[in-house]
Ligand binder design. Structure first.
Ligand SMILES: Cc1cc2nc3c(=O)[nH]c(=O)nc-3n(C[C@H](O)[C@H](O)[C@H](O)COP(=O)(O)OP(=O)(O)OC[C@H]3O[C@@H](n4cnc5c(N)ncnc54)[C@H](O)[C@@H]3O)c2cc1C
Length: 353
């Protein structure tokens, strides 16, 4: 049986060669792919490199801006749909600091870097997928004819775009907070709650969601305090009824060892021990280009997409954290695949019009 793993690219290509051959006739760049994959039956992947370079000069079917989990998931589906695809990524995923990623099946507990390196390796095994480490600085044009500029002064042409650019978390201005983000300052109990279950836990919140937030986290620990960092604006009685303490003193420093917090100091000179602190950080779009191009944003600040991950601008799709408050690797992956299914269908529809 032939294994379709990136380590066995040659076997993979033998298995897929008939698929590639049947599709190449209907592709502008098909002849070049054929040169590399026919004749001798199969050329080793290293020989494919130069063909890849030649293919790069033409127009892309799709450029995916952002090459983390959602972008690479979209790229894999586009590659498997034999679409000429370029991924441009600036290499700053939101979870970079977290030591272990959880709740993504087959990769539970893996480092974020391990997951993305493996994903990139598997995606780039497809001869129609290309990758650049760069920052997209501008996009011009419209559906069917976009032109993309990058920080390194490169320009690329593409018919369609997928934004997989994620969001940037904005850290509270408290010493030590940013250092603990993703380690013991936690954005989501489904990702990291199990690892700190039953521990001395806080929630950093001061809005009307406090009681509901507390009910959620009580699922993982009874040792729970809300730190409102100033006079509480929520119903303290409702929170107290849950058996959750409220501390209103302003935090001055979070003491930690390599991101694992141990103590909160308050401005009044007091301090408490602590193991973990939940916080729903404010965020902004990592990349402002979708908004500049007229893509509507939802009230939450996410890029507005329909069920097929299409934005409100024709030819532009968006995926992952940029589009949803449900922040998880699994969900980012799913939306990337969904966008690519929809986009490939759109290309097929246009082809037969
Ligand atoms: C601290 C933390 C810990 C987390 N832990 C977990 C966990 O344990 N399990 C889990 O399932 N989920 C976890 N998540 C959520 C998960 O990381 C996200 O849902 C996921 O990373 C979203 O993937 P994405 O592709 O949408 O965006 P991101 O992973 O944020 O990637 C966006 C990419 O786009 C690139 N980019 C942005 N703008 C441009 C541009 N102009 N040009 C080129 N590239 C650009 C960025 O550099 C980045 O590489 C965590 C999140 C955080 C913040």
């Amino acid at each position: 049986m032939i294994k379709r793993t990136s380590r066995n690219v040659i076997d993979y290509k033998r298995a897929s060669i008939s698929v590639v051959k049947s599709a190449i006739d209907r592709r502008r760049f098909g002849k070049q792919v054929a040169l590399a994959t026919t004749g001798l039956g199969l050329m080793p992947y290293t020989s494919f490199g130069s063909t890849k370079t030649r293919l790069e000069k033409d127009m892309y079917d799709v450029i995916i801006i952002g090459g983390s989990y959602s972008g690479l998931a979209a790229a894999m589906t586009m590659g498997r749909s034999i679409r000429k695809t370029l991924v441009i990524d600036s290499g700053k995923p939101c979870n970079a600091q977290t030591p272990h990623s959880h709740n993504f099946i087959t990769q539970d507990g893996a480092t974020p870097g391990h997951i993305s390196t493996l994903a990139k390796e598997q995606v780039l095994a497809y001869p129609t997928v290309f990758h650049k480490n760069d920052v997209v600085t501008d996009v011009e044009g419209s559906d069917g004819n976009f032109e993309i500029s990058t920080l390194s002064k490169k320009r690329y042409k593409t018919g369609k775009i997928i934004f997989a650019t994620g969001v940037k978390d904005l850290m509270p201005a408290i010493e030590g907070f940013a250092d603990c983000w993703g380690i013991s300052a936690i954005h989501c109990p489904y990702c990291h709650g199990y690892e700190v279950k039953s521990k001395n836990t806080g929630i950093f919140v001061n809005d009307e969601s406090a009681a509901d937030f507390a009910k959620l986290i009580l699922n993982w620990t009874d040792d729970l305090t809300i730190y409102s960092n100033g006079t509480a604006v929520f119903d303290k009685e409702e929170v107290s009824k849950l058996g959750v303490k409220v501390v209103e003193e302003e935090i001055s420093i979070i003491h930690h060892e390599k991101g694992y917090m141990s103590q909160l100091d308050f401005k009044d000179g007091t301090s408490v021990d602590i193991d973990a602190l939940y916080h729903r950080a404010k965020y902004e779009q990592h990349c402002k280009i979708p908004e500049q191009m007229g893509c509507e944003l939802a009230e939450t600040g996410h890029i507005q997409v329909n069920d097929f991950q299409r934005t409100t601008v024709p030819g532009i799709y968006a995926v992952g954290d940029a589009t949803t408050p449900f922040r998880a690797v699994s969900i980012a992956n799913a939306s990337g695949a969904k966008a690519a299914f929809s986009l490939n269908h759109e290309l097929i529809t246009q082809q037969y019009q």
